[in-house]
Ligand binder design. Structure first.
Ligand SMILES: *Cc1c(COP(=O)(O)O)cnc(C)c1O
Length: 222
């Protein structure tokens, strides 16, 4: 299957209000160009250096999403051009992004990553930590970041009901944060959940952004 036909068949299952992030990490520029020529404009990368190199060499109307674990010493490299950072998993990181964004006279769009999986290895806030952060209120003074919503990764399992319940949990948390802290603010509207194996369930459970890699570009050993 070509990248183009992979995209065509995935697109049939994605409603218009849901954004597709083509996760191009570890894939060469030629593959991205193929997806670009098929009409895709949003690409996701998980390593800062790889992202910067691709940004330099590929068309400037691509909207680059950072989906990996961001180290504070690398924030400055992506702040000038990144369109959305998905995986903000500590308040400290949010503060650091704000600092660099201020220096660059930018506002950087961010999603807060929530730990919804049973696996220990996935990063993210717990619901408690998240609500604590919002209650504390200091985040309101971070003027150079824009909180656009939440992101999460479900457990890697064949148990569809477990995956569904983790997505549902995230959606419930999203609604609670939205009504509690962003009522009437249209910018807090994104729920990034769903990957190659579970994106149809994620969409049923209220996802607004799916991040799909291997279904488009082929399977790799991440
Ligand atoms: C790699 C990755 C994806 C894409 O995973 P696939 O299973 O290949 O679709 C999505 N989100 C994050 C955070 C990733 O690291």
């Amino acid at each position: 299957m070509s990248i183009q036909s992979n995209i065509q068949s995935i697109r049939q299952h994605i409603p218009e209000h849901v954004q597709l992030v083509c996760v191009s990490k570890f894939n060469p520029n030629e593959s991205i160009t193929e997806a670009y020529e098929a009409g895709e404009r949003i690409f996701g990368e998980s390593k800062v250096q790889e992202l910067c190199e691709k940004y330099e060499s590929l068309p400037k109307d691509i909207r680059w999403h950072f989906i990996g674990h961001l180290q504070t010493n690398k924030i400055k490299f992506i702040v000038p051009f990144v369109s959305l950072i998905h995986g903000v998993d500590t308040y400290k990181l949010l503060q650091e992004i704000d600092k660099h964004a201020a220096k660059a006279e930018k506002t950087v769009n961010c999603l807060l990553q929530i730990h919804i999986a049973q696996e220990e290895t996935k990063f993210g806030f717990s619901a408690e930590e998240l609500l604590e952060m919002f209650e504390a209120g200091e985040w309101k003074y971070l003027k150079n970041i824009r909180l656009c919503g939440l992101m999460g990764m479900a457990t890697y399992t064949d148990n569809k009901e477990q995956v569904r319940s983790e997505f549902r949990y995230l959606k419930t948390l999203f609604n609670r944060v939205k009504s509690g802290y962003f009522a009437g603010e249209s910018s807090f509207c994104e729920l990034s959940m769903g990957m190659s194996d579970d994106y149809p369930i994620a969409i049923e459970e209220g996802s607004t952004i799916v991040r799909i890699g291997s279904l488009i570009f082929g399977h790799r050993n991440y």
